[in-house]
Ligand binder design. Structure first.
Ligand SMILES: [Zn+2]
Length: 167
């Protein structure tokens, strides 16, 4: 069982609405606001969610700053990205062995504009009323993962992705 720590939603909202795009920043230079990068290629990047409400929660984003979940992609670009998301979900399923994997794209034109997909594994055995959207709420707090735990998770997911032919 991993401990949770409270999540300061007010500061988070203030930060995302007043800072430059964190995904563009991460793609350009991962040292200012470091993230654990699981995989990247010319078009896309996969990294651990910095504020994980669930264990094994990663984000997949195009490297280019795109905002509309479908409208800023050709169908071919979109499907190529979905193939990566499929692989990330499969890697997550193999490594974390969740009950299900949730995949969703959220974001807003008022903050977190750079489109990205959440790959969020639902742990096995949660009561029904703690699943689905309730499992994703920041009001539950976020997992208190150590640096070592994040590195191990990154390595584990990367290993599974490699097994699936992404390296
Ligand atoms: Zn961006």
């Amino acid at each position: 069982m991993i401990d949770r720590k409270p999540f300061d939603s007010e500061t988070y909202v203030e930060t995302i609405q007043s800072s430059p795009c964190f995904i563009c920043q991460l793609v350009a230079d991962n040292s200012a606001n470091p993230h654990h990068i699981i995989y990247e290629n010319d078009e896309a990047i996969v990294f651990l969610n910095k504020y994980p409400v669930l264990y094994g929660y990663s984000l997949v984003a195009p490297k280019a700053h795109k905002e509309q979940v479908t409208g800023d992609f050709s169908q071919e670009e979109y499907l190529r990205l979905q193939a990566l998301i499929y692989a990330v979900a499969e890697a997550t399923r193999r490594y974390v062995q969740p009950e299900r994997v949730y995949i969703l794209s959220l974001g807003s034109q008022q903050g977190n504009r750079h489109v990205h997909w959440h790959v969020a594994p639902l742990p096995a055995g949660l009561p029904f009323d703690e699943q689905q959207l309730n499992a994703l709420r920041f009001s539950n707090g976020v997992l208190d993962l150590s640096e070592a735990a994040c590195q191990a998770l990154t390595a584990g997911l990367r290993h599974e992705l490699n097994q699936l032919g992404f390296c």
